[in-house]
Structures are given as C-alpha cells and as structure tokens.
Write a protein that binds this ligand. Structure first.
Ligand SMILES: [Zn+2]
Length: 930
C-alpha cells in the first residue's frame, strides 16, 4: 500500500494543540458526593479546592480532605479505595497499571497509576492516590489526576504497521528531510478525547535540511484512520532558539562506571582556572576518571571534545569519562567545562536528597551522566539539554562560555530528568510550559541556595546569567523569573511548530508565580511545596490551573496555615492563573467555531465556511461542518455519519469537496473524495482508493479537480471530474508531475486549473507555476519558480486564481531568512510580476496565502530572531489590495494566526490560537493598526 504525502495533521498548526487534541466534548457527570472537610470557621473562601470535577470525564480531577482507612500495601490500598467508591470515581480498577509509588520519610505514599484502555496505555491518563501511614495501616488523604471515562476506541490497528511507519516519516513537511530519516516505533497508545483514538507512537529522527540541525519529533499516527494525529518536537533544549539536541528518551543508556573502580579524591582546574577538589574513581590500572562514587547515584562526566552533539545520542563506544594518570586532572578538564559539570551534578543531587528526600533523577539512585563541550557539527553550540537519559552541554560561542559552567542550567536540565520520572509533563503547550517552569524554578533555587543569595537580591531571579563572556548578568540572562508576566496580558498562543506551542515563551508566567511563592514563604517551605506538587499531584496533561490546584493541595497536605495558603493563591492570582483566564484575553475577531480542533483548516467562499472538526458524538473521527461567515448560526454537518476523518475541504461557495480517510461503511480502509451542496442533498463519491492518496481537492461549479500522489512511481498527477463523470488524468509531458516539493499545489476557478509543475534536468529539480485551460485542453502559461541557486524549495501554500491572474509563492533560497516572494502571472503567459518582492519587510516566510479578486491575505512570520523568541515571531495575517500596496496587519490578535481562507471582498476566516485554544474566527476587513 502506498500513501505518499498523506495530509499531515498540522503543518502550520497551532497548538494549543495537545490540550485541544484531547479536548473532550462529553458533558461532565457530576454524580459526586463532595467530600472534603467541614467548612472553615470564617466566611472567607477556602483557597484550597476540596473537589475539582473533571472536564469531559466523569472522574474527578482532584478530591482532597479525605481520611479513609485503607488496608494492604500502598498499591493494594489505593486500588481498594478506588474500587470501593465507584460512584465517586467511575474508575475500572482493572484498567489501572501501577507506574510508581513515591514513598517519603515523613510517612506518605503516593501511588501513581497509568490508565489503560483495553490494555493500551492512554496518553496522559494518570491517576494518583495519596496515602498517609498511621500505625500499622494507612489512610487515603486525597486522590486525583486524569482518568478518561468515555473511551470506546478500538485497540487493534486497522492500518498495516509498515504504512503507519511511512505516514510517520512523511509527517516531515520538507520532503528533503525524509531521506535518511528513521522512525522508532514506541508502540500503541490511546489519545484521549471523546471515544479516544488508537495511535502508534513513533520517534522520528532526521536532519533539518535548511539548518543541518538534528530533528527529533514525537509523532502519533491514528492507527485506525491512517493520518497523523499529533506531532511535535521531542524534549527541547535549554534555550528555545538555536538548534535542538534532544535525542529522545529511548537513547541508549550511558555506560555505568566500572564496578571495580574505587572512590578517591583529587584536584582539577575549573573553567576559570581555579584548582578545586573533586571526587574521582581510581581504576584497576591505577589511572583516574571523573567519576564520583561517594553518593548512591554514580556521577560520571564525559568530554565531548568539540565533537558533534549527534554523536552523543548514546555514549559512543570509544568514549570514557574524563581520565587522568594522576589524581590531579590536567588543564583541559577545566577548559572543557568537565570539572564544573561534575561538581554541579553533585550539588544538584545533594539539593534533591538533603532538601527534598529524593535519591537522584529517577528517585532510585541511578547513574547521573554529563557530556560537556559538544558542538553543532563543529560549529559553536550555545545550548544545553536533557536528552531523556543524560545532560548534554554545548561548547558556547563568542558570547557564551561552556554551558556546563552554569549551576542553574545544570539544575534546570537535571530537573527535566526528575520531571520525566514523576509528573512526566507532556512537552507541548501549557503542560510543556509548566515542565520548563519547574525546571527553571529548581535550577534557580539550587543556584540561589548554593550561593547563599537572598531572594531579595536583584540577581536571584536570573537564569543562565553566569554564561556570559561579556556584559552584565542582567543583559546576559536567558530568562528572569521576576518578569511579572500574566496569562491574560502575556500568554502567547503559539502554534506547535514554534517552540512546541510556547513551552519557553510561556514558562515564566508559571515559574514567576512559583518564584513569588519562594519569596513570600521561606525558600525551604516553598521548595518542598513545589516538589511535592510535582511528585505527588501533577499529571502529564495538566494545564496552568491544574498546576495551581496541585500546589495548593500540596500546601494543605504540608499543613500550611490559612494565611500562607492564601499567599500561595495570591501569587497565582497575580500571574492570572485562575479558572477562566482564557476568556479574559481581548481579541478583535468574531468566533465562528470556538474550541475547535481543526488540523486541516477551513475553506471559505460565497459567505460560507467549511471545516472538519472533532465529532461531538465522540466517535473519534472528524465531522465536516459548514456555517455562515456573516452570522453566528449553528454550524451544520455535511459529512455522512461514520467515524472517518473528514476534512481538507474546499468550497466554491455553493458546494464543498473534501477528503474522508478511514474505514468506510463497506469495511474497507482508504481515502475518498466526497462532495455535497452546502445547502444539503446527497453526498456523492468522486474518487476512492486504498493505494493512492488524493490531496488538494478543489471545486468550481459542477467540476472537481484533485492531485493524486502515487507512492509506487513517486509521481503526482492532476485528475479532473466534469459534471459528475469519473475523474480523468490531465496529461503532462513525459517525466513531469505536480511538485512533490509543494505541500499543496492546485488552484481551480472558472474553467482554469493552476498547479506547480516539476521535472528534473540532470541533478536539478525544476518547478513552474502553470495555467491550464479546460476548454482547450492546453497549458496557456508557465512561469519558472527556480530560486537563484536553481534548486527547488518546498512551498507550503497552493497557487490561487484572483483578479484574472494566477498567484503563487516562490520560496527563498534560504528558508531560515525568509524572503519568499508572492508573484502573479497573466493567464495567457504574457508576463509575471511581484506582489511582494524579496526586499519587502513583509515577504512571507514560506507560509500560506489566500486571495479574492479584491485582496490578498498572507501569513507572515518575522525573521528568526538572534535573541529570545517573542510574540513578534509568531505567524500573523497581513492583507494588501490585489492591485498592490503596503500590507497591513489583518488582526491584532496576539497568538498564532494560521490557515487563512478568503471568503469574498476583504473578509477572511482563519484559525486563531490567541486564547490558548484554536478557534475558527472571522473579520470583514483589516484592523486599522495594531
Ligand atoms: Zn528546559
């Protein structure tokens, strides 16, 4: 079976993303007797919630104030408690697998369960039972997490394994990245949300063809329908900018230190050349290694010696910990950053053990490994990462020292390891921002504690400030935890393709609240409080408000008095982290379909919109909806009642055409092209195949056109169905096809087809924007697209007909710097012109555009910044008259604006992520200035 270029879930998607992907539409059934203690003596509201209902599930998210005796060992007691209260929890104890028991010296046991569905783990489905030991037995104190009660998804794939793998690889939007890419199969998983979706989880590793940087992607492929359900970068680097280093949590384990080594002490120079004492290991051959055997967790430090970071996915066979013939290590141990990394790892270990009672990153004293002084393919590498197994520190650059030198960076990366072994917060959107926030909180706390800084010291809020070769700490710091950002004023609804949905962009909103708590309470109490929330309350898909509730519930369990609990609540309030914050963000657009999860984007025309979205009946598929762009009436359903994925639609304003992918009524899997009038009537099948992939469906009156990609020949061709007749292929010259370098490549209007044609000449792939007349059966215009170096580049937007011309994007030679041009050509081939030149500050950066006869609207992202990401780097919509002129911002909304679809005149619908969830919105004309 061949399924080349299966439409990917969200090439430019937003990504409020994961929380959206999982958005549930079931109503809450609050059949819960509210437990919790008696009301307090004062009239003030209790800052700690006693009961938080689940959203879209009948199982409560949090129940506190319990005091139920429970017999047996902790796991048995936890299961028995859940089973004894079926009306409260609605949990099938047979679908719980014990993940871990967090056991503390103070007499608490927290049992963390993984939810299964038919034996398959549910992504983010974790439920926790917290017990307090008393005498010979124990009591259940509180319960909570995420358990999804509506799951009915099948647990056996309908799509062959080889096809699922191919779809995962093809989720790389740039076809050049696919050569040499690998997809590691991590097994099946159920994605929650309604009925749930069975998916196969892959880690895709490739090289970014534009930058040469490693790409590591988590890709979930719907195993029943054969589409990408979710894809984002794996655990990211310390800084959002620059190249990634994540090699995934499945990388080979670091080699443990030799068991015959003996602990010893020695000296080594640090990065600044000072001689310091180090714990080392004496080898059987009487040489020494930078291996610290004095703690339960062995700490080993390796020197990457400027080698490429990609060589350290595992520890290479030829690499040993830094060695020395004598206990006094040579100068290179200091200049590589190895000494600092070695000492920092010990400091971080001791903080977690002495202050928080934790034995190392996994809580079990497993080895702790650092690799220092790695490069990006020989080039400077100013970054650091936790790669799922170990810390990797870059060699810095002209501005930055070796990244191994900063204790707060070491604490940050090692805390990612602690998080992986506790709440395992999903690394995207709000949960990912909390992952970053907790890493920053502890990284900062460890450094501030080690240096003896007061929380009132101006430097106490800085992250990474010790990395600079020049400039003040304030100028150098990557982030500061006292930046006072709030959800309502500052939350950046970023797409998943930018910083994994804002994991660094939004982290200081949450870490700022935690840092304020550390300033307000005493630091030790705050550290215990935040750690307890992480280890005993948080679960992978939690959002900011869940995080607030977790910290407050942990505070009650820590016996904080009411005044201190109120100050904790006030810190979250000050950062806008309270229920309903999303609805208080101002926007200048009108919602048409709020809370959508629409990876395929809308189409528009004639005063109507069309878009696929989650099935409200929770079957797990997508329904195709249509509605008016001028009033907010209830959307109506166009697609037939099955559980396929309906989407990737087009409309001419009267009828829609779209793709349905999955198992149809006859029980066979495939992709079907369907059409129906927007006003109702029968659904008609235009094309269906289980071996070929139709994409880019278009409609114009009674005619329908689309592209078929053939995996066997790797060739794409245009098919045309006239007036209900079977589709026929439009002939092209030998060796020519529709460009495989173009994610979407077809336009159709008034009897003319437009496409991006491609062919090879020697080693070079050539492309041309092409106009074809149906009436004459001839190509009437062909405009070359080649970039200055002659090589074909990926273009993410299809051409369009507007104002009697064909419009298309021509990709820049260097995609990283933007500079793509928007061009138009006469239909008879008599000439082309630039609507937006390469010199314009608004040249689209390889993104989408849409047009009417009056205006062109395009998605523009600022050039890659040299400093930190900011809201200005998110894709925004701009509009200009078709006759030319200066582009103006179309909407001043703060977040990612994507999938624009022009209706008529200047009206445009698009997906907007400003409020933290994707919403289909509309405006009639551009904003008057932002
Ligand atoms: Zn991080």
């Amino acid at each position: 079976m061949h399924h080349r270029s299966r439409p990917t879930a969200r090439a430019l998607g937003s990504g409020a993303a994961l929380s959206l992907a999982l958005a549930l539409t079931l109503s809450v059934s609050p059949a819960l007797a509210a437990p919790g203690g008696p009301p307090g003596p004062t009239a003030e509201p209790d800052p700690v919630p006693g009961l938080v209902a689940g959203e879209g599930t009948a199982t409560p998210r949090l129940v506190t104030g319990l005091s139920d005796p429970a017999p047996g060992n902790p796991a048995e007691a936890a299961r028995a408690h859940l089973a004894a209260n079926p009306d409260r929890y609605r949990i099938d104890a047979g679908q719980l697998a014990e993940l871990a028991v967090e056991r503390t010296a103070e007499g608490r046991d927290t049992v963390r369960f993984q939810q299964l569905h038919g034996g398959v783990p549910v992504l983010g489905g974790q439920y926790l039972v917290r017990l307090v030991r008393s005498g010979a037995g124990q009591r259940v104190e509180s319960v909570g997490g995420k358990y999804f009660t509506g799951l009915t998804a099948p647990t056996t794939p309908a799509v062959p394994a080889a096809t699922l793998r191919r779809i995962a690889l093809e989720s790389l939007t740039d076809p050049r990245a696919r050569s040499g890419a690998t997809a590691e199969d991590l097994g099946p998983v159920v994605l929650p949300g309604g009925a749930g979706r069975l998916a196969q989880h892959f880690v895709v590793r490739a090289t970014d063809p534009a930058t040469g940087s490693p790409l590591v992607r988590e890709v979930y492929v719907d195993a029943v329908r054969g589409v990408v359900a979710l894809a984002h970068d794996a655990q990211g680097p310390y800084r959002a900018e620059g190249v990634g280093t994540g090699t995934g949590r499945t990388a080979a384990a670091a080699a443990p230190a030799g068991s015959t080594a003996e602990p010893a002490t020695g000296t080594a120079p640090d990065l600044l050349g000072r001689t310091v004492g180090v714990n080392i290991a004496r080898q059987p051959d009487a040489s020494y290694q930078l291996v610290d055997l004095t703690r339960p967790a062995t700490i080993s430090t390796y020197d990457g010696a400027g080698r490429d970071v990609r060589e350290f996915g595992g520890i290479p066979a030829d690499a040993l910990p830094v060695g020395s013939p004598t206990p006094d290590f040579p100068a290179a141990t200091g200049t590589s950053g190895a000494t600092d990394a070695h000492l920092n790892a010990g400091t971080v270990y001791d903080f977690y053990r002495d202050r928080l009672g934790r034995d190392g990153l996994d809580g079990k004293g497993s080895p702790i490994t650092s690799v220092v002084n790695v490069s990006n393919g020989g080039a400077p590498f100013p970054n650091a990462s936790w790669d799922g197994r170990k810390m990797v520190y870059g060699n810095g650059d002209a501005k930055h020292r070796q990244f191994a030198v900063a204790l707060d960076v070491a604490g940050h990366e090692m805390t990612h390891g602690v998080i992986q072994h506790t709440a395992d917060l999903e690394y995207s959107g709000q949960s990912g921002a909390m992952n970053e926030a907790l890493a920053d909180y502890f990284g900062n706390a460890i450094e501030v504690t080690a240096r003896g800084l007061a929380m009132t010291d101006p430097k106490a809020a800085l992250m990474g400030e010790s990395l600079c070769r020049t400039g003040t700490p304030e100028e150098c710091a990557n982030r500061r935890l006292d930046d006072r950002r709030t959800t309502v004023k500052d939350y950046i609804g970023a797409g998943l393709d930018l910083d994994n949905g804002g994991v660094h962009l939004n982290s200081t909103i949450f870490s700022g609240a935690l840092w304020d708590i550390r300033r307000t309470l005493d630091p030790l109490t705050a550290d215990r409080l935040v750690y307890r929330a992480l280890a005993e309350y948080l679960t992978p898909l939690d959002d900011f408000v869940d995080g607030r509730n977790a910290v407050l519930a942990a505070g009650r369990a820590l016996n904080l008095d009411r005044a201190r609990l109120r100050s904790v609540a006030a810190a979250f309030d000050a950062h806008g982290i309270r229920t309903g914050w999303q609805s208080r963000i101002d926007t200048d657009s009108r919602p048409l379909l709020p809370g959508a999860y629409a990876p395929t984007g809308p189409a528009a025309g004639g005063g109507h919109w069309v878009m696929g979205d989650t099935d409200p009946n929770g079957k797990g598929g997508f329904v195709l909806y249509t509605g008016s762009t001028t009033n907010s009436g209830t959307p109506t359903r166009l697609s037939p009642d099955d559980d396929r994925m309906h989407g990737w639609a087009a409309t001419d304003g009267k009828s829609a055409v779209w793709l349905a992918i999955g198992i149809d009524a006859t029980g066979s899997w495939g992709t079907e092209v369907l059409t129906r009038s927007l006003s109702g009537g029968p659904v008609r099948s235009v094309f269906k195949s289980s071996t070929q992939s139709p994409v880019d469906v278009r409609i114009s009156g009674a005619d329908i056109a689309f592209v078929v990609r053939d995996g066997e020949t790797d060739r794409s061709s245009v098919r045309l169905s006239r007036d209900g007749a079977p589709p026929v292929e439009i002939p092209m010259p030998e060796g020519h096809g529709v460009s495989p370098f173009t994610a979407s490549s077809l336009a159709f209007k008034d009897g003319r087809l437009g496409w991006i044609e491609s062919w090879t000449a020697g080693q070079t792939t050539l492309q041309a924007a092409t106009v074809y007349s149906i009436a004459t059966g001839r190509v009437t215009a062909q405009y070359p697209l080649s970039t200055p170096d002659g090589a074909a580049r990926p273009v993410l937007s299809s051409p369009a007909f507007a104002g009697g011309r064909l419009l298309w994007l021509r990709a820049a030679a260097d995609p990283a710097s933007g500079g793509d041009t928007l061009r138009s050509g006469a239909l008879d081939g008599s000439g082309e012109s630039e609507l937006l030149s390469a010199g314009s500050p608004y040249t689209p950066a390889n993104l989408a555009f849409t047009a009417t006869d009056q205006a062109v609207t395009f998605q523009h992202r600022g050039p890659r910044p040299s400093g930190s990401w900011s809201n200005a780097d998110l894709p925004k919509l701009y509009q200009l008259p078709l006759t030319g002129g200066a582009p103006v911002r179309f909407s001043c909304n703060r977040g990612t604006q994507f999938h624009p679809a022009a209706d008529r005149g200047t009206r445009v619908v698009w997906l907007d992520a400003t409020t933290g969830s994707d919403t289909l919105v509309v405006r009639n004309q551009p904003a008057k200035g932002c």
